[in-house]
Design a protein around this ligand. Structure first.
Ligand SMILES: Nc1nc2c(ncn2[C@@H]2O[C@H](COP(=O)(O)OP(=O)(O)OP(=O)(O)O)[C@@H](O)[C@H]2O)c(=O)[nH]1
Ligand SMILES: [Mg+2]
Length: 782
């Protein structure tokens, strides 16, 4: 993060490292990216020039040379094929022929479409298949965005000029672009050796493009720029502009850029060629890791002693997990409407086992095979592997995963609470292998020891992510809490950034307090619970995490900061020295036309302070604000999108806590305090929040036969009040004549009845999803 901020600040101060612009021609290009000769690119847009032929002269997509051939190696079916296949798999992928690449970009710049095109080109997807293959989750297809990073291994064959046929194993990871899912991206990057940085030619470099670029830099990866959607450009100038932006903002040279159009399936081979030629092969130690991986040998034989001496301790980084229930491995959508119903993408794909966890690993050293006993370095728990394999693009068991390969292993004994994403798997204990010591002095001794090669050094793992938005999740009916807890636990295996705490509210009963990386993350989690686990839930208005320092603690010491929730709030500031509120730096990249609207909203509605403003090019500006995270989460993101018609982009960094005057606003409905609607906010927002909440509840609460008073309170003080009026039966409807006292008697009876009912229905307000959604709307919109 520090590196990212440093680089960003350098970027904002006129890019000192900017390289001189090279000549515009591609003549200096390497042979691997054959951009020189090419057919003229005819523009397909209806808005092309008068003669209907808009031609790109300077920039052309590299034509296919058909030097690369995809070779799907699907899992064999007959026993003899199985044996031949396993033998081949064991030895066919030495390190120099493996490439591990993540595909990163800003939202909607075409990562998924390009990955699909790559898989199609490699022969993995049938031509008739419709829909996006890589967006496998129902919620991804519904929303049209990627939420989970998806991995797929591809085999490509190439004949060298000397006539030697080479086969490569490429592992592609399609990542999400939305800022809420950045954790997925950073995990994918740590399993890769390079990143394809996609830039949509018509949009140019955006805020998330830069965020992803810095993330790849932090992981020290080779970055290959790829310009996508070339079928949408009108002229060379547009491509030129995108190239210039790329060069100015990242320092990547324009002649390194690969030009593609995933829609028209052009330039796909050039992408493959760039991956093979420019991505460094993984480094690691090849060899068997466990004697059980070798053929049977006599225990006293020389051969066995040699084999034992040559063992390489396994090191594999665990970077994703899933279970049968939360896998998203359902490809039925591809053969859906308009698709060929006979398409069977599961060809050879193994069905998902029910009990146990699938772990996606990047093998760094050694080999893992079925029946290998692997140990988690962190917990020291050991498990026997039942199956290993590649995702191709469904699960395909193989005989082994060797050094450099990204694949899955299935651990039937692993329980949900034993998983720690980022942990290293090793083969321990063996006679010789042991884990590296934690202390520096011991580590030094180990390095000097004769058997240093047998010491396993765990991978540093991933940075712990901090949830920024919290919400209470309650089951529809109180008794379904155990099912909800189970579903949340299973889904958390697939989404490890979510934090879970038990929760209780008088009106809604037992629930769970879940922490998310953003509002979209929260909504997607809720939708996944419904789509994959059939759990419909009531969700309370989201909150950011506030902290407090207890009296007597040192405010300068971060370890003394305690999490503040509506549950542990102490009245009135009992034992609390000070409260802390999270602030972030939000960077907005916007076309100039929309700057005014965004700036005004940021300063007036969202308590933003403008820190910096720079012009990137003649059309766009970068603005940096310091802003409370609560305001950013509440609606600034959607405002930036709506005010700029989707053209502006927003990125923000980790929160910094500053002192703030916080209060707890309680909602009282019909004299009962509803803790699910209580909210902590800065004092200056309390009144407005209370008013919005009561107004929203008034509109959405069901009217009953008695008046329902709604109050927003700060302790004992009422700061906003509304009443949901009761239905009133016309009790005098049948009285057509007579004295007024007859009517008055009826009204008096009605009044008494209502008072009786009001006494009985005290505190029995039913909160349904509509009410909570309204409350959420009141909290999230300004
Ligand atoms: N014309 C054209 N449209 C494209 C091309 N590639 C992608 N698109 C369109 O761009 C939109 C976004 O594409 P996606 O592949 O979902 O983008 P993404 O980067 O995966 O998006 P996220 O995963 O949500 O970040 C879709 O409507 C695609 O049809 C292309 O080469 N040409
Ligand atoms: Mg996508």
């Amino acid at each position: 993060m520090i590196l990212r901020q440093r680089v960003l600040s350098r970027l904002l101060v006129h890019l000192p490292w900017r390289r001189p612009p090279p000549s515009l021609s591609f003549s200096g290009c390497t042979a691997a990216v054959p951009l020189r000769s090419g057919v003229q690119w005819r523009h397909l847009s209806s808005s092309s020039s008068a003669d209907g032929d808009c031609v790109l002269d300077k920039y052309r997509i590299a034509p296919d040379t058909h030097a690369l051939v995809g070779s799907p190696r699907l899992y064999p079916t007959t026993p003899s094929e199985v044996i031949a296949y396993k033998k081949r798999m064991m030895r066919s992928f030495p390190l120099p022929f493996i490439r591990n690449v993540s595909i990163i970009a800003h939202v909607d710049h075409g990562k998924t479409t390009l990955t699909d095109a790559l898989l199609r080109r490699a022969g993995l997807l049938p031509e008739g298949a419709t829909g996006t293959f890589t967006d496998r989750l129902a919620v991804e297809r519904e929303r049209g965005i990627t939420i989970k990073a998806q991995t797929c291994s591809v085999f490509m064959r190439r004949t060298t000029p000397a006539g030697v046929e080479e086969e490569y194993l490429l592992n592609l990871i399609d990542t999400p672009g939305h800022v809420d899912f950045q954790y997925e991206v950073s995990r994918s990057l740590s399993a890769s050796d390079a990143a394809l940085l996609l830039v949509d030619v018509s949009q140019g470099v955006e805020a998330q493009t830069m965020a992803q670029f810095y993330a790849a830099l932090e992981h020290d990866l080779t970055i290959i720029p790829v310009l996508t959607k070339l079928d949408q450009v009108l002229n060379d100038a547009q491509v030129d502009k995108a190239m210039q932006q790329l060069e100015d903002s990242t320092g990547l040279l324009r002649r390194e850029a690969v030009l593609t159009s995933a829609k028209s399936k052009e330039g796909i081979e050039a992408v493959f060629a760039a991956i093979i030629d420019r991505v460094p092969a993984p480094t690691g130690r090849e060899g068997f890791s466990d004697l059980r991986q070798l053929p049977l040998m006599h225990p006293d034989s020389e051969q066995r002693r040699e084999a034992e001496a040559a063992l390489v301790p396994l090191r594999a980084l665990l970077f994703d997990c899933w279970t049968a229930e939360s896998s998203g491995m359902d490809n039925s959508h591809l053969a859906g409407d308009g698709g060929d119903p006979t398409l069977d993408l599961r060809r050879g794909g193994a069905p998902l086992a029910k009990e146990g966890v699938y772990c996606l690993v990047r093998v760094l050293d050694g080999t893992v095979t079925p029946e290998t006993t692997v140990t988690f370095c962190h917990s020291r728990h050991a498990f026997e592997v039942q199956e290993v394999g590649l995702i191709h693009p469904t699960l395909h068991p193989t005989a082994a995963l060797t050094a450099g390969v990204v694949g899955y292993i299935f651990l039937p004994g692993l329980r949900k609470n034993e998983i720690r994403i980022g942990d290293t798997l090793c083969t321990l204990p063996t006679k010789r292998h042991r884990l590296a010591s934690a202390t520096a002095a011991e580590a030094e001794g180990e390095a000097a020891a004769a058997d240093a090669q047998y010491v396993v050094h765990p991978v540093p793992g991933f940075k712990q992510v901090q949830p920024v938005v919290f919400a209470g999740f309650y089951p529809d009916e109180d008794e379904y809490i155990s099912q909800l807890r189970e579903a949340v636990e299973l889904l958390c295996i697939n989404d490890p950034s979510v934090t879970v705490e038990p929760l209780h509210c008088q009106a809604l009963g037992q629930g769970l307090q879940l922490g998310f990386l953003g509002l979209l993350h929260m909504q997607v989690f809720k939708e996944r619970l419904l789509a994959e686990f059939h759990q419909s839930v009531l969700v309370t208005p989201p909150q950011v995490q506030y902290k407090f320092v207890a009296t007597g603690d040192d405010p300068a010491d971060e370890r003394a900061w305690q999490v503040l929730t509506v549950q542990n709030w102490r009245w009135p500031h009992e034992g609390v020295q000070l409260y802390l509120e999270p602030y972030v730096h939000a960077t907005v990249v916007t076309p100039r036309d929309y700057l005014n609207a965004i700036n005004q909203a940021a300063l007036m509605q969202f308590r933003g302070e403008q820190e910096d403003m720079r012009v990137i090019d003649d059309a766009r500006v970068v603005v940096r604000y310091r802003m409370p995270l609560a305001d950013l989460a509440r609606g600034f993101f959607s405002l930036v999108k709506s005010a700029s018609r989707g053209y502006a982009t927003l990125d923000y960094d980790d929160p910094v806590y500053v002192e703030s005057d916080l209060v707890k606003v309680d909602m009282v409905i019909n004299k009962a305090k509803i803790s699910a609607l209580s909210l902590i906010c800065p004092r200056r927002d309390a009144q407005e929040h209370g008013r919005r909440m009561t107004a929203s509840l008034k509109e959405n609460l069901l009217r009953s036969t008695v008046d329902l008073p709604l109050q927003a309170c700060l302790g004992n003080k009422i700061i906003a009040r509304e009443t949901v009026k009761a239905y009133r039966k016309d009790v005098t409807a049948k009285i057509h004549a007579g004295d007024i006292s007859r009517k008055q008697k009826k009204w008096a009876d009605q009044k008494k009845g209502k008072e009786r009912m009001a006494r009985r229905s005290l505190g029995t307000v039913t909160l349904d999803q509509n009410v909570l959604a309204a409350a959420m709307g009141a909290t999230t919109a300004k």
